[in-house]
Ligand binder design. Structure first.
Ligand code: HEM
Length: 474
């Protein structure tokens, strides 16, 4: 790429394979550096045997692939095959009519009415499960893994809203660890398929190594999905579909009862809901620990709210400073740090990069959030104020919406995350529920250390997030 000041070293036949392989475990940071080093914020990775992977952090290019030329940039057949064993025909792995159909159901599920119901589900899980667990941890001064706790919280939550099924992951005995590990392994191995040139199809055929593990993990996850599907079907037969607002009931009632497809829907939903909000919240608690001024501002906002266990929807919506702090967290640690499409036809990107049919073209929210060009010289500062604006006359603070293509943390365009509003509602309510009662103190010395960023598909802390919980002094 002629725009690149210092692009990764490329060799005939193998392209950038040596650099890619050496940086496989820090792929996100490495590609982020490469994007920053490019004057156009776009780089082309040369893959073995002449295929290329375009990675961009350029908002104009992002808009081009996610909106203007939406039909050219799809999931595509290669990605579909790689993801199929885990995601099947779920929304994350389909294009065209199959996508449109599922998208409509998701839109229905995330209507304002169901968001109100969802807030109620969050509050129940918060008051009956999360707060009691944190209370015990505070009383006993124990170290807990907050990343794990938040994932369990999100898992229970999403299953209840989407399928009216309660997997009871977040209870004091912390059960179902093997299911969580199965999810983790399945995602990691699936994503590794994109980043190795080891022929995973051969390993799969021979049922060896990581592919053997993937098969086991997927089978364990599908067992849970089958249980959920059967339970919903049975309940619909006895109770009828009138009262059900959940996603799965909607699809079953509309006449689609192919079990494999219903399971795919369950898996995609759990995936979307379990890892994304918990990843953002995990980094949020780390960043406010490092920035006590921000925590104090959030506390002022929380203390202005009525001190009740149940809050009305509008009260949670109005928490602008908390909202800004979560946006700021995801600028530095976007839950999905990189996300890819496949070009379905030859094209030229607005910055001049030539794209050939079949090439992967990814946008890189992690690189974008850390770009001086896009966020200015203070990009590394955690400063929620950059999302806020004061109304001159009234002195009220308002949230300012940023251009979705400069901040594509929820993707943008027609396939923008359909759970975005729900995600914010959940995250803000959890932040409020935890901070009103407790102070979260990361265990940095004596084993914890500074968190290490790792990303298979979502931005995690390597080895978890060990914290102590203290009761907040009134
Ligand atoms: C912090 C929270 C979240 C973030 C940052 C986030 C981010 C994203 C991103 C980047 C995509 C595009 C993925 C792709 O290329 O296929 C996406 C899609 C999607 N998200 Fe979220 N998400 C979040 C929470 C949620 C939640 C809680 C749900 C609800 C279960 C959800 C449901 C979906 C769905 C259904 C799609 C597919 C949309 C489509 O393809 O049309 N998300 N999200």
């Amino acid at each position: 790429n002629s725009n690149t000041k210092s692009s990764p070293k490329s060799y005939p036949l193998i392209g950038n394979y040596l650099s890619i392989s050496a940086n496989r475990h820090r792929f996100i940071q490495w590609t982020s550096d490469a994007v920053h080093n490019s004057s156009t914020l776009t780089v082309v990775l040369r893959l073995p045997f002449g295929s290329n992977h375009v990675i961009t952090g350029n908002p104009t290019v992002v808009q081009h692939i996610l909106k203007t030329n939406f039909s050219t940039y799809q999931k595509g057949p290669i990605s579909h095959t790689i993801l199929f064993d885990f995601f099947g025909q779920g929304i994350f792995n389909v294009d065209g009519d199959a996508w449109k159909m599922q998208r409509q159901f998701y839109n229905h599920v995330f209507s304002a009415k169901s968001l109100r119901h969802f807030l109620h589900v969050v509050e129940t899980e918060l008051n009956e499960r999360l707060i009691p667990i944190l209370t015990v941890a505070a009383a006993n001064n124990t170290v807990i893994d907050l990343q794990d706790v938040l994932q369990r919280f999100a898992f229970d939550n999403i299953c209840q809203i989407a399928f009216e099924y309660d997997p009871t992951c977040l209870i004091p005995s912390m059960p179902h660890a093997s299911l969580a590990v199965a999810f983790e392994d399945a995602i990691r191995i699936t994503i590794e398929r994109f980043r190795t040139i080891t022929p995973w199809k051969i390993k799969k055929f021979l049922n060896i190594g990581s592919e053997k593990r993937l098969k086991e993990a997927v089978s364990e996850i599908r067992d849970l999905a089958t249980k959920i599907v059967n339970q919903r079907k049975q309940e619909l037969e006895t109770v009828g579909s009138d009262k059900s607002v959940d996603l799965l009931s909607g699809i079953i009632s509309a006449g689609d009862t192919d079990d494999r497809f219903l399971m795919d829907i369950v898996i995609s939903f759990i995936f979307a809901g379990r890892d994304t909000t918990s990843a953002a919240l995990t980094w949020f608690f780390w960043l406010i620990y490092k920035n006590p001024r921000v925590e104090s501002e959030i506390m002022c906002e929380i203390n202005r709210k009525p001190n009740s266990d149940t809050l009305v929807y509008d009260e949670v919506k109005e928490m602008v400073y908390t909202h800004a702090s979560i946006c700021e967290t995801m600028r530095l640690y976007p839950s999905v740090p990189i996300d890819g499409k496949t070009a379905m036809a030859d094209d030229v990107l607005p910055d001049g990069t030539v794209v050939k049919k079949g090439m992967m073209v990814s946008y890189h929210p992690y690189a974008m959030g850390r770009s001086e060009k896009l966020w200015g010289g203070d990009w590394s500062e955690f400063r929620p104020e950059r999302w806020l604006e004061k109304d001159e006359g009234t002195e009220t603070v308002r949230f300012t919406v940023r251009d979705a293509y400069t901040y594509p943390v929820f993707q943008a365009g027609p396939r923008i995350c359909s759970g975005k509003d729900m995600a914010f509602l959940q995250m803000k309510r959890v932040v409020m529920g935890i901070l009103r009662r407790f102070v979260v103190v990361p265990v940095v010395d004596g084993g914890g250390g500074e968190p290490v960023f790792v990303a298979d598909l979502t931005s995690k802390m390597k080895g978890g997030f060990p914290v102590k919980i203290k009761e907040r002094k009134k």
